[in-house]
Design a protein around this ligand. Structure first.
Ligand SMILES: *[C@@H]1O[C@H](CO)[C@@H](O)[C@H](O)[C@H]1NC(C)=O
Ligand SMILES: *[C@@H]1O[C@H](CO)[C@@H](O)[C@H](O)[C@H]1NC(C)=O
Ligand SMILES: *[C@@H]1O[C@H](CO)[C@@H](O)[C@H](O)[C@H]1NC(C)=O
Length: 471
């Protein structure tokens, strides 16, 4: 109370000292002048701040060329705040790939040949019946186009225009389109949208150091995450997703795949920029995170890997809430012999599955959209692909229309390559018996378990690495 009073008195005194002789009217004029002056000052102050931000953006590209590692980058130094600008430049280089050659590009092999070399196996035609359902028709028309040597359906169409596919077209082609759930309608309208802007990139992720004899990437973990899952990502980094050289000199790299959060959600962009600068393992594209956008996410990861990590021997695709027993996984991969090692698509295989027709189910597929069984596929919680298959897989994905369920879609693309999923009992994407969950010996033998919280992940990792553990 006393303090408040002092402040008031002091303020009063100031007023008196500045304008002792003023009449009320002039007092107000002077006051406005003062306000104007302060405003101008503030505008000037903020514009210098803005200049600084703009300046740091321009210095961005150099920063981007260095892969920040935990040891090299002290936490408080150099937080690249807005990575958009340098990254967009990288993307432009990428887009120009097909026409121009720049000196930078020599370091990155071009991912997509000018003419797609896709040969779709008969297996796909046998697995998916040609009928009147919309997706089936799209597939067969794409396959027909392929035979004629046509470029795949307007796949490179501008991101800002691709959703303009007119409602009328869909309503004539899909008789009950308007009865589809809203999100499903949204998916169908965006099926040709395949080039979202890149927000965060890690172009140097898989480039080995200066020494030429540095081992190339043996395993690349690509982990589907969402912007807000900070804790889960950190647990993965501290446990199974640790980057570096593992047993027998095998090099492991990790990237997290992110979309963007809806504008209604808290803005996490500066936190993500910090995280990306600090750990160097975030990839982010500007499309909304949602179940039905996971196929787009998969397509983007394929595109990224083909471009920036083409020499990886194996690639893992999975969720950020699975537990992976990395040592066991590495031993398994190392034990594979050719040709298996170069044609691997392994995980928990779901065969003889069919679309769910209950509109309330999150995996609902309307009959007029897709009619037929699903080709066998590996559960999307986590599976392994040979790096040697990536380019062909990506090419196939450019011909096969997007399907709303990402792991089913992966199965379709592999089917097109004539590669069948290999069932591996050690991948448990639907979790294990409840009584075995705490059993470290059971866990130690497995490769993948879904799902585990950040805390469970750490506990399990510590447990299976305990030298006193005897099984
Ligand atoms: C196309 O791919 C097939 C198998 O993937 C390969 O044998 C063939 O040489 C490739 N053709 C061209 C022109 O690259
Ligand atoms: C590369 O791998 C070999 C064996 O696979 C290993 O002995 C060596 O230490 C590794 N080198 C580096 C730099 O990681
Ligand atoms: C997928 O992302 C796009 C771009 O952000 C968005 O417009 C669309 O609504 C999303 N689709 C679904 C099914 O959420």
């Amino acid at each position: 109370m006393c303090h408040l009073l002092t402040v008031c008195v002091t303020r009063g005194r100031h007023h008196n000292a500045w304008f002792p002789h003023l009449e009320p009217m002039r007092h107000i004029q002077r006051l406005s002048a003062l306000v104007l002056f302060v405003t101008l000052f503030l505008i000037f102050f903020y514009s210098t701040l803005h200049l600084e931000t703009a300046y740091s953006l321009r210095t961005g590209p150099e920063d981007l060329l260095e892969v920040p590692s935990i040891q090299q980058v002290p936490i408080l130094q150099e937080v690249p705040i807005l990575q958009e600008v340098p990254i967009l430049q990288v993307v432009q280089v990428y887009d120009r790939d097909r026409t121009a050659q720049s000196s930078k590009q020599e370091r990155f092999p071009t991912p997509t040949p000018a003419v797609l070399n896709v040969s779709v196996s008969d297996g796909l035609r046998q697995a998916i019946p040609p009928n009147g359902a919309y997706w089936n028709r799209l597939l067969y028309s794409a396959l027909k186009g392929l035979v004629k040597g046509e470029n795949p359906i307007g796949r490179d169409s501008d991101w800002s225009l691709c959703r303009q596919m007119n409602q009328e077209h869909l309503q004539t082609n899909v008789h009950d389109f308007t009865t589809y759930p809203v999100l499903f309608q949204d998916f169908v309208q965006g099926m040709n949208c395949r080039s979202p802007p890149v927000l965060l990139n890690q172009p140097n992720k898989c480039m080995s150091g200066e020494e030429k004899d540095d081992n190339q990437t043996f395993l690349l973990f690509t982990i589907k995450s969402t912007p807000g899952n900070f804790e889960q990502r950190q647990a993965v980094r501290e446990t199974w997703g640790r980057e570096g050289v593992h047993q027998s000199g095998l090099r492991v790299h990790t990237v997290f795949l992110l979309g963007s959060s809806p504008p209604e959600d808290p803005d996490l962009n500066s936190l993500l920029s910090f995280e990306a600068g600090h750990f160097g393992d975030l990839l982010q594209w500007d499309f909304h995170e949602s179940l039905l956008n996971l196929t787009l996410k998969m397509n983007m990861f394929l595109q990224w890997t083909v471009r920036y990590c083409p020499a990886a021997s194996f690639v893992f695709s999975g969720d950020d809430d699975v537990f992976v027993n990395t040592p066991t996984l590495l031993s398994y991969l190392q034990s594979l012999e050719l040709p298996k090692a170069s044609e691997l698509y392994a995980g928990q295989v779901i065969s003889k599955a069919s679309p769910l027709r209950d509109p309330k189910n999150k995996y609902y597929i309307p009959l007029s959209f897709y009619d037929g069984p699903y080709p066998a596929y590996a559960g999307g919680g986590g599976f392994i692909i040979s790096g040697a298959l990536l380019q062909r897989l990506y090419s196939a994905s450019r011909v096969i229309p997007f399907f709303p369920i990402d792991d089913v879609y992966a199965g379709m693309c592999f089917k097109a390559l004539g590669v069948s999923p290999e069932a591996n009992e050690a991948f448990q994407t639907f979790d294990i018996n409840e009584q075995d969950r705490e059993n470290l010996c059971v866990n130690k033998k497995l490769i993948l378990i879904h799902r585990r919280s950040a805390r469970q992940m750490k506990k399990l990792w510590k447990g299976i690495h305990n030298p006193l553990l005897t099984c």
